[in-house]
Ligand binder design. Structure first.
Ligand SMILES: [Zn+2]
Length: 339
């Protein structure tokens, strides 16, 4: 397989979260700009050109997100009183029965958890990150075998109308929906450590986009309330949503059993193209890891994807062990590109 281009723009790194509230404690943010240089270095090491994304405007974004939510994301930081905290965040979470009066009520509705604060540049960064996904999708639509969107902030936890899990716009879902203009059947494979509840929700009742997620058992693990096997989609989308939760402490071999099952489902679906929501947070030393994937494991995953013979639009999701992102990304792409 040939990878011609990866997409990234420096403005994505102006999103610098200061807060991360999880499991009863304020912790150091993990989804930080330092994640990017190792990913760029991996591309340089493989002689892949890094380009800035083309602007596709709002239409492909509003195709999967609620317009009220998008207006909130774009305006929230400007509307946030200066004598409050530096970031838009809430300690109040109410959706049912929320009259949506005032920025604090909107924040209580549109931000789902304590890991997705909005700073002054978050909208621009998230918008540009989505444009990277769309630019990679363009390359796949034009007949390239592989393309890589270095999306930061990541996207798979972003629901149609809510931010969460470090995510604001659902880059993989935006790319998958956009690829439907060119292809009849799109599979989204999500082997990130966490269940991508945003992608699941967006394609829940659709049979033209299959969503398959391999992730840590969500019992007491983000996103906690979704990602269980019995969630299979609804209406004509029933059976087109597949969840493979893994017990915490699972081995690399167990992870690959699930990857093989996922790839079999993609073959049976006869997907024309794969959107890969790629997380490196399954790496055994990652602070989020509940399984033990090695650097060589990422190479194996890349090879398995190449064997499908289908074009692969790679969208960056998680991966927080900054010291090993370069080696893990290098291994994955060596496997995918057959180097
Ligand atoms: Zn993750």
């Amino acid at each position: 397989m040939l990878l011609v281009k990866a997409y990234f723009d420096e403005s994505q790194n102006q999103h610098v979260p200061q807060s991360y509230l999880t499991r009863g404690a304020m912790r150091k943010p993990q989804e930080v700009p330092a994640r990017i240089p190792p990913l760029l270095a991996a591309m340089q090491g493989l002689s892949v050109e890094i380009d800035t994304p083309r602007d596709h405007g709002m239409n492909p974004i509003s195709a999967v997100h609620d317009m009220g939510y998008l207006r909130f994301l774009e305006s929230a930081h400007r509307r946030w009183p200066e004598d409050w905290g530096a970031e838009v965040m809430s300690n109040i979470y109410v959706r049912e029965g929320n009259p949506m009066r005032g920025i604090l009520a909107e924040t209580a509705y549109y931000i789902a958890d304590g890991s997705s604060p909005i700073g002054p540049h978050t909208w621009t960064a998230a918008y540009t990150s989505a444009q990277c996904a769309l630019s990679a999708a363009d390359d796949i639509a034009a007949g390239q075998q592989a393309a890589y969107a270095i999306c930061r902030p990541p996207g798979h936890h972003a629901r149609p109308d809510a931010a969460g899990g470090f995510c604001f716009l659902n880059n993989a879902a935006i790319a998958a929906d956009y690829l439907r203009k060119t292809y009849n059947k799109v599979a989204v494979l999500d082997p990130d450590m966490h269940h991508g509840q945003g992608i699941q929700e967006i394609f829940w009742d659709r049979d033209d986009v299959m969503y398959i997620s391999i992730h840590g058992d969500p019992t007491n693990f983000y996103p906690v309330v979704s990602g269980y096997e019995e969630e299979r989609g609804s209406g004509k989308g029933y059976g087109f949503n597949l969840n493979f939760p893994m017990p915490h402490g699972s081995s690399e071999d167990f992870f690959f059993e699930k990857v093989e099952e996922a790839l079999t489902a993609i073959r049976l679906f006869e997907a024309d193209v794969i959107v890969l929501a790629l997380g490196f947070d399954t790496y055994f030393q990652d602070p989020q890891a509940k399984v033990a994937v090695t650097s060589e494991g990422f190479e194996r995953m890349g090879r398995l994807l190449a064997y499908t013979g289908k074009p692969v639009c790679v969208i960056q999701e998680g991966g927080y062990d900054v010291d090993h992102l370069e080696i893990n990304a290098t291994h994955f792409f060596k496997g995918l590109l057959g180097k």
